[in-house]
Design a protein around this ligand. Structure first.
Ligand SMILES: Nc1ncnc2c1ncn2[C@@H]1O[C@H](COP(=O)(O)OP(=O)(O)OP(=O)(O)O)[C@@H](O)[C@H]1O
Ligand SMILES: [Mg+2]
Length: 416
């Protein structure tokens, strides 16, 4: 019995064993399948990841393209910005300049209103060149801002004295260049009558922008008269010159003068070789007003004669004139010498030793420049002078007048 039981036991154990083996074999298969499934899953995931990676790379490329575009855009903006800043800086600079110009024009207009338009100092470079000018011939201006005091009469007859082709003494006959800078044209009338020419308003051409000295000399009119030295010439003017003076004033106030200084135009011409080599003397008849012509005359002159009547009002006028000269002396006429005061229209009753002459001398002592504060020989009041005015030189027509202007001429000659 026991054996049977043992046998059954063995049989059960064997069965159990085989069942177990059988069972263990099917577990390995499923593991492989699982692994294969997992592998397929991983492969799928890998494929998807690769796709994702490709997508990501594509997006990266897009992003980089975007960055490049942005950089280009930023560069353009930067460039644009810089251009704008440059334009802004230029606009600011222009505004500043216009502001400055406006201020300058405003100051010039104010100076014109205050009557100081022509008294402004010269540009330093021009000043230096102006100070260095040397004339080898006397350039004599006859002036006074008071009207009717004999300026033109003295300029004409003194010029005739120096130009005299047959002088009374052994002195030389001068080639004189006469310049009428008063648009009233009194001197011009005499000169045109003496030479038989026609008026050409020649002074105005001195102010043509491109006028060169040789051309200015060629523009002047020969003063043909047998009583005068050959080579004398003149620049005449008439009332149309007044228009030019006004025009020049407005140009000056507007700051339109491109090169140089309008006040030095005559000086530039008269100090040129073209004038210095062709004349022995220049005589300028100044206007009775302080405009552009008067300042040109002062800037060009090497010497000044103050013409005056022999009375108290005229003595006071000398003070005002000389005071004005002092205001412009350093810049416009730093080397101009005062020759003296020339009294004219002296009546027999006028006493040179009275109080008028000391008054005149006192007034003239306001002058701090070179030369003499002295009374020159006076010219008496003579009908021969007034009757020849505008027609001829009284100096050439009347012996007494000739004597008076000879005295004056000799005194002038000694002071040159
Ligand atoms: N010594 C004199 N004897 C007589 N008449 C004279 C004498 N001097 C000048 N005259 C006359 O007096 C007037 C004024 O003289 P002149 O024209 O020379 O002065 P002016 O200072 O040049 O005048 P303006 O300021 O108007 O230019 C003229 O008619 C002139 O003929
Ligand atoms: Mg005059």
């Amino acid at each position: 019995m026991e054996f049977v039981f043992a046998l059954i036991g063995v049989a059960v154990a064997a069965a159990a064993y085989f069942i177990g083996v059988k069972r263990g074999g099917s577990g390995a298969v499923s593991k492989v399948e699982r692994l294969e499934t997992e592998r397929d899953g991983v492969a799928t995931e890998l494929g998807e990841s690769q796709l994702d990676l490709r997508d990501a790379n594509g997006r990266l490329d897009e992003a980089q393209t975007d960055i490049t575009d942005l950089k280009t855009l930023l560069g353009e903006r930067d460039l644009e910005m810089r251009r704008m800043n440059k334009r802004l800086a230029e606009a600011v600079e222009r505004a500043r300049r216009y502001g400055g110009e406006h201020e300058e024009v405003r100051a010039r207009i104010q100076a014109a209103v205050d009557g100081e338009i022509w008294t402004q100092t010269l540009d330093p470079e021009l000043q230096e060149a102006h100070n260095a000018r040397r004339s080898t011939i006397p350039i004599i201006a006859v002036g006074n801002f008071k009207g009717g005091v004999g300026k033109t009469t003295i300029a004409a007859n003194l010029g005739a004295y120096f130009a005299d082709a047959a002088p009374d003494t052994a002195r030389l006959s001068h080639r004189v260049l006469f310049i009428d800078m008063d648009f009233q044209g009194s001197l011009s009338t005499t000169l045109l009558s003496v030479s038989g020419g026609e008026g050409g308003n020649r002074v105005t051409h001195l102010f043509d922008a491109d006028m060169e000295p040789p051309q200015a000399v060629a523009t002047s009119e020969p003063l043909r008269n047998r009583a005068l030295s050959g080579g004398c010439r003149f620049l005449d003017c008439d009332y149309t010159a007044a228009e030019q003076e006004e025009k020049l004033l407005f140009q000056w106030v507007g700051g339109a003068e491109a090169k140089g200084d309008l006040r030095l135009r005559l000086a530039d011409i008269l100090h040129s070789r073209a004038v210095q080599d062709n004349f022995d003397m220049v005589i300028i008849d100044m206007p009775p007003r302080n405009g552009v012509y008067a300042h040109n005359a002062l800037a060009a002159a090497t010497h000044l004669i103050v013409a005056t009547k022999h009375d108290m009002i005229s003595a006071q006028a000398i003070g005002k004139f000389v005071e004005y000269l002092e205001g412009v002396r350093v810049s416009l006429c730093p080397r101009m010498k005062l020759i003296g005061i020339a009294p004219t229209m002296l009546r027999q009753s006028d006493s040179p030793r009275g109080f008028v002459e000391p008054m005149m001398l006192d007034a003239a002592r306001l002058w701090r420049g070179g030369g003499d504060v002295a009374m020159l020989p006076s010219i008496p009041l003579r009908t021969a002078i007034s009757s020849s005015a505008g027609r001829s030189f009284a100096y050439l027509e009347d012996m007494l007048v000739r004597k008076s202007f000879s005295n004056l001429g000799e005194a002038v000659e000694r002071r040159l």
